[in-house]
Write a protein that binds this ligand. Structure first.
Ligand code: EPU
Length: 423
């Protein structure tokens, strides 16, 4: 683990040059879990980001008995889960990331049984798991506590059912689709999440032989099949990494060409950036992003896709800190995703967290170097953006959080002229 490492950033450099967007972490994770559904053939995934959460997910697969071949240079993973016979998720690994929960659906579907201990993840408020387990129960599973925070899910038979999420849960939707894909008969998930990662994930499932309709809408239908097999898929680009690179250009007044920004996944976000004065132009697979001399303030309310993504909220707060005027940013998806507010204050920004998860940012602040830590993945991103814009040498600790979500970000920023050093 890299918790004792520090990232030093000499701020105030204008970024310029070319950068590529990584493969999507949040699409890769359910796909790795889905490989467990295959009882013949290999699952081959391309453009797999080498982020910590993905590396831990690969380790989970290995511990369950899968053969995993990860070629970092080609970003390809080949997985053979045919001989997997273990349905106990390893406690030492599931405690590290919340997406470990995604392994329960496919294990239940394939073995009619799964055992998991407490899951970890970002500290962004209480993150219940009731939609997942309630859905499994509707398919016919019994969900019982094993003591010590563990959960056992088992079923004699899984039968297609009507399921729903009170809120459109991203991983909840993916988990229920996987569990229903090998159940007998038809299932329907109402108020499903419609994020692009789910569409990409269902594309892989369909190649594996699953019958799923409606991915990308709020109603998803699944017709259970008898078996699924391995398949090959190239993972979509990571819209959150794309947003991070665009904002790095925006906050430094830079001029950066980015390959792999999928604009139809980021419409509300890019419209907000445009309002702040950031210019962008598409040219084939490239997007040229130019930051203004001075950013304009912004109003943002995070919500479910296709609304403004909660994962980009911490970073846009960082941009608002240097914008010329007051910005109002409201978080509505997670109850406590404002861990970056305190960190940004250390850079000299003026932020007032009000009640009801509203942050008022009084810009413009002239950011000065600070010694800070990454509170969670995306708060770490906000911290890095502030450090890029601040005058002087900043440091960021708790880099494990940044590494959970961003692949080789330092080198990509360095290629744009940023001065960064990990010690
Ligand atoms: N919720 C419940 N009960 C549940 C599940 C969710 O009440 O059983 C609530 C949550 O508390 C939250 C809302 O529903 O208020 C939405 O949460 P969701 O389930 O969609 O979050 P998630 O699936 O656990 C994924 C991403 C997160 C991202 C959120 C929201 C993955 C692996 N994780 O989490 O990504 O913030 O969706 O888009 O896909 C990140 O990448 O940094 C990250 C945290």
């Amino acid at each position: 683990m890299s918790s004792e490492e520090l990232l030093y950033i000499e701020g105030g450099r204008r970024l310029a040059g070319e950068a590529c967007v990584q493969g999507s972490k949040n699409a890769a994770l359910p796909m790795l879990a889905a490989s467990l559904l295959a009882t013949r053939g290999h699952t081959i995934l391309h453009r797999v980001p080498a982020v910590k959460d993905v590396l831990v997910a690969l380790e989970v697969l290995r511990k369950l008995g899968a053969r995993v071949d990860h070629d970092l240079s080609s970003q390809t993973v080949v997985i053979d889960t045919v001989d997997v016979a273990n349905y106990h998720l390893p406690e030492d690994l599931t405690g590290r990331f919340r997406a470990a929960l995604l392994f329960v659906g496919p294990l239940l579907a394939r073995f009619r049984k799964a055992c998991i201990c407490e899951v970890g993840g970002c500290a962004i408020g209480s993150r219940p798991v009731d939609y997942h387990y309630r859905g499994f129960a509707r398919l016919g599973a019994r969900v019982t506590g094993t003591g010590g925070g563990g959960i056992e899910v088992c079923a004699d038979d899984l039968r297609g059912a009507f399921m729903y999420c009170d809120l459109p849960s991203h991983t909840g939707t993916e988990n229920l689709i996987m569990a229903a894909s090998l159940a007998a008969g038809d299932s329907l998930i109402e108020n499903a999440a419609s994020d692009p990662e789910i569409v990409d994930f269902v594309q892989l499932l369909s190649k594996m032989g699953a019958r799923v309709r409606g991915a990308g809408t709020r109603t998803v239908e699944i017709s259970g099949v008898d078996e699924l097999h391995g398949a090959e898929h190239t993972i979509m680009h990571d819209r959150l990494d794309a947003g991070m690179l665009m904002m790095a250009a925006g906050i430094t007044g830079g001029d950066v060409a980015i390959q792999g920004v999928q604009h139809d996944h980021l419409r509300v976000f890019t419209a907000k950036l445009h309002q702040m004065g950031v210019q962008w132009h598409e040219d084939g697979s490239w997007t040229r992003v130019q930051g203004p001399e001075v950013l304009s303030p912004i109003n943002v309310v995070t919500t479910y896709y296709p609304g403004f993504p909660t994962d980009l909220q911490p970073s846009i707060v960082a941009l608002a800190c240097v914008a010329n005027g007051d910005s109002y940013i409201r978080e509505t998806v997670f109850e406590d995703r404002l861990g970056h507010v305190k960190t940004l204050r250390a850079f000299g920004a003026r932020l007032l967290p009000e009640k009801d998860r509203l942050v008022i940012v009084h810009g413009p602040a002239r950011l000065r170097a600070a010694r800070t830590g990454a509170h969670d993945i995306r708060a770490g991103g906000a911290c890095l953006l502030a450090a890029l814009a601040a005058q002087g040498r900043s440091s960021i600790s708790n880099l494990y959080q940044l590494d959970r979500g961003y692949d080789n970000l330092e080198n990509r920023l360095r290629a744009l002229g940023a001065e960064l050093e990990r010690i």
